[in-house]
Structures are given as C-alpha cells and as structure tokens.
Design a protein around this ligand. Structure first.
Ligand SMILES: NC(=O)c1ccc[n+]([C@@H]2O[C@H](COP(=O)([O-])OP(=O)(O)OC[C@H]3O[C@@H](n4cnc5c(N)ncnc54)[C@H](O)[C@@H]3O)[C@@H](O)[C@H]2O)c1
Length: 340
C-alpha cells in the first residue's frame, strides 16, 4: 500500500500529526500544513521537513499529494474548512466539536453522502485507556443494558485560555468545545439522545469569559435510558481523576471509573486500562489519541469502511448541545434533532 498524504490545517493540537513523519512504517504522513501563524509554519518546515507550508488553506487543498485533510482550526471554522476539503475531493479528519451550527451539520452530512469520501469526527475520549476499558466491559456484556449514565467534561481551563486567547475572545462555547467529548461518550454507550433539559451559569472564574462555563444536562435517550452530562470548565484546581469521570448503571452491573460490580458477584473487578495508548506516550497533549485516528483513517480508506464516529455521530453530538442551549433559554426540556 502506498503511503497516504495528509494535510493539516491548524498547528495547535494539530501539530501532533507530525509524529507520523517520524515513523517510517506509517501508512499516512504529513505532506502539507496550513496555518495563519507564519512562526508556526516556519518551525514545522525547519524541524519536520514538511515540503509544503502555506498561510492559505485553499492552496493546501489544491495539492495533489494531499489525500486526507486534518481540520484543527478554532471550532467556528471547522464547517468552512471541512466543507472546502470535501469539495476539493479530500477525505477529512475533523477535531471536535465537528461544527457549531445545525446548518453546518446538514452541509457536512450532505457532502459526505454526495462525495462518498471518508469523514471521521475525531473524538479523542474514545481512545482514552479508561474509556476503552469501560467500552470493552460493555461489549463483553458485563454492564448489560444502560439504565443511567453519568459523565463530565471537568477542567480548570484557565491556563489553556491564556495560551489560546481565541477561546475567550471568539469565544469558544465550552458546551460544544469540551462538552462534545462527554456527549459523544454517553451516546457511544447508550445511543441517540431524545430529550435534553439544561441549566448553566457563568462562574466568573475564567477572566473575561463572556458566556456560560458551567453546564448540567439531564438526558433521556431514545432507548428509554437516563443520563447526565456535566461540563465544568471552571473546576478550580480540579484533580486529573475528575476530568473524565464515567459512571454507568446497567441491568447487569455498575461501573464507577474503572471499578465494576456485577450482579450476583461478591468481588468487584478493577478494569485493565493498560492500553498501548499509555505505553506509547510520545508527546504532550492529545497526540496519542489523535494518532490512532490517522492510522484508522488509512485503514478505512483502503478497506472502504465507514469511519467511527461518523459524520452523523458528529452531527448528533452538536444537535444535543444546540438543544441544551435552547433548553437553557426557554427553561424547558427540548427534543434533540437526530434526523441526519
Ligand atoms: N482532545 C481534543 O480532541 C482537542 C484538544 C484541544 C483542542 N482541540 C480542538 O482543536 C482546535 C484547535 O484548538 P487548539 O487548542 O489547537 O488552538 P490553537 O489556537 O493552539 O491552534 C489553532 C491554530 O489554527 C490556526 N488558524 C486559525 N485560523 C486559521 C485559518 N483560517 N487558516 C489556517 N489556520 C488557522 C491558528 O493560527 C492556530 O495555529 C479546536 O477546535 C479545539 O476544540 C481538540
């Protein structure tokens, strides 16, 4: 199989893709990068020898050596950049949140259907050892059917806001920007969400952040299960173990973190979360989880398989967040649009 060419738009978290170029057996390698920041481009050119660098992402999209485009720009630009990549005939790996409006959800679903190109809504939580261990137990039937699931995107985001000021000035909507991980996580275990009832506040903890930074969403799933998602970006000095909290109550067992208790079994079980993702820690940030999406994308293209999470999964996550915003403004539970 010949190596696929990757083009990266946005060199913040997106620069993790450059690790692919240090692995000679990688099925996909970075051949072009686009960023508005000339300093970042210069470093990538000098340190990683990427042949084509540009401030104009359209130039990257016109390169024949680029087969797949990674979209890693600020949230509100994903719709524009992912749509342009699909229009240019490129497969797309899009960071979370997939987009920020319902119109862009519909646009991307339509474009993926029309072009037949591969698209993955790259939710990094799905590659975290703790979440993977829970998923394995779930797939083995140890938890049974979900009756109630509770998770939270919990973060003291102040330092991140200092190094990426667009999060405060644009601003990034944390319900979408961080909450997308948690919403995708509960959907992965319990399926489509039917109704959401939300409350939110601005804590004042994050200097100059103008909108809600603290959310709680009560959920009813299409299956009848219940759920709760907290999005707390104002979690002052919160410990890492609080950051991807996951509790699942099922018909056969209860999972709290990595601790699983099954019906009729006296001893509780501690799930093994020692995944390769842990052993292969290469770089700060989310590169370990993202690299898996790049490898998987190469497989999905060659095997002609549907990526996961798909463009429809990405759209349904955004739809939950938008329904939560409507619930906050009306004070009522709101039906989620899953009709993509
Ligand atoms: N776990 C995860 O999956 C994860 C973690 C962090 C960030 N993210 C997502 O990644 C995206 C970027 O966040 P970040 O923290 O890397 O921010 P960042 O500010 O560090 O990086 C964004 C980059 O995009 C560039 N950019 C902005 N507009 C552009 C344009 N029009 N054309 C080309 N480049 C442009 C900026 O110059 C910057 O280098 C966000 O959507 C964020 O939600 C995902």
């Amino acid at each position: 199989m010949s190596t696929l060419g990757l083009g990266i738009i946005g060199l913040g978290v997106g620069k993790g893709a450059l690790l692919l170029n240090q692995k000679s057996d990688s099925p996909i390698q970075v051949r072009a990068v686009a960023d508005k920041d000339s300093e970042r481009l210069k470093l990538v050119h000098e340190d990683y020898g990427v042949g084509f660098v540009t401030r104009d992402y359209n130039e990257l999209l016109s390169r024949s050596e680029v087969d797949v485009v990674g979209v890693f720009t600020p949230d509100h630009l994903h719709g524009e950049h992912a749509a342009a990549a699909l229009e240019a005939g490129k497969h797309v790996i899009c960071t979370k949140p997939m987009v920020t409006t319902m119109a862009d959800c519909e646009r991307l679903v339509h474009l993926v259907d029309r072009t037949g190109l591969k698209f993955v809504a790259a939710m990094t939580w799905r590659h975290l050892p703790k979440i993977l261990a829970a998923r394995r137990a779930f797939d083995e039937g140890k938890i049974g059917k979900v009756t109630l699931i509770d998770t939270g995107y919990v973060h003291d985001i102040r330092r991140v806001c200092q190094i990426t000021p667009w999060r405060v000035t644009t601003p990034q909507d944390f319900l979408l920007g961080g909450g997308a991980h948690a919403i995708d996580c509960v959907r992965w275990f319990a399926g489509d969400i039917d109704t959401v009832h939300a409350f939110a506040l601005n804590s004042g903890v994050i200097p100059s952040y103008p909108i809600e930074d603290t959310w709680i969403l009560n959920l009813k799933f299409a299956s009848g299960a219940l759920g709760r998602v907290s999005v707390i970006c104002s979690a002052v000095n919160s410990p890492p173990e609080a950051h991807q909290r996951l509790v699942i109550y099922g018909t056969k067992g209860t999972l709290t973190g990595l601790d699983l208790g099954m019906d009729g079994v006296f001893e509780r079980e501690t799930l093994n979360a020692d995944q390769p993702a842990n052993k292969e820690r290469l770089i700060e940030g989310h590169a370990n989880e993202l690299l898996r999406y790049f490898y998987k994308m190469a497989h999905w293209i060659v095997a002609d398989e549907e990526p996961s999470p798909s463009v429809r999964d990405g759209a349904r996550v955004v739809a939950v967040a938008l329904a939560a915003q409507e619930s906050l403004s009306t004070g009522r539970p709101v039906k989620v649009c899953n009709n993509f």
